[in-house]
Design a protein around this ligand. Structure first.
Ligand SMILES: [Zn+2]
Length: 152
């Protein structure tokens, strides 16, 4: 397992310490914004009449609430402003991984998921040989922000 530069919970056991996988900014929980549960897919249609009430209810209100490993969306408020995913233990508060907003967690972290998350990842990776590719990717490594795109 390739560890992130910093996945420990706190400095002085007071604040969550988080590191953005996009720009590498590190800060406490006040420098970031938790956006709730990760991997929630909007019902895939542009016509609301095609969405069943139960499907819409689940999208809007139904969330996992595990004791243990959980997957969340976080936003880098004082850094790049981008959203990313984090795997965090709700008991110990330790972050297990940070990864891109369009990515699945590293395979070793996904394997630790239990309950609803285990079922979710089983479905998400079913028939998908790319799951190994995602796992091999160094999602927790800092990725420099491109400075060449804005040159005029
Ligand atoms: Zn950032």
């Amino acid at each position: 397992m390739k560890a992130s530069p910093r996945l420990s919970r706190t400095r002085n056991d007071e604040m969550l310490i988080i590191q953005c996988p996009v720009c590498g900014a590190e800060g406490d929980e006040t420098d970031f914004h938790c956006g709730g549960q990760a991997h929630i897919a909007r019902p895939a249609t542009s016509n609301p009449d095609n969405i069943a009430d139960g499907e819409q209810r689940d999208y809007l209100f139904m969330r996992f609430n595990p004791k243990g490993l959980h997957f969340e969306r976080w936003r880098c408020d004082r850094g790049c402003g981008k959203w990313f995913h984090a795997a965090r233990d709700t008991v110990s508060l330790d972050f297990k991984a940070y990864y891109g907003i369009t990515e699945l967690p590293p395979a070793d972290v996904m394997k630790q998921a239990t309950g609803q998350w285990a079922d979710f990842f089983k479905q998400a990776t079913a028939g998908r040989p790319a799951a190994k590719k995602t796992a091999a990717k160094k999602t927790s490594t800092r990725k420099p922000v491109s400075t060449t795109a804005k040159k005029s």
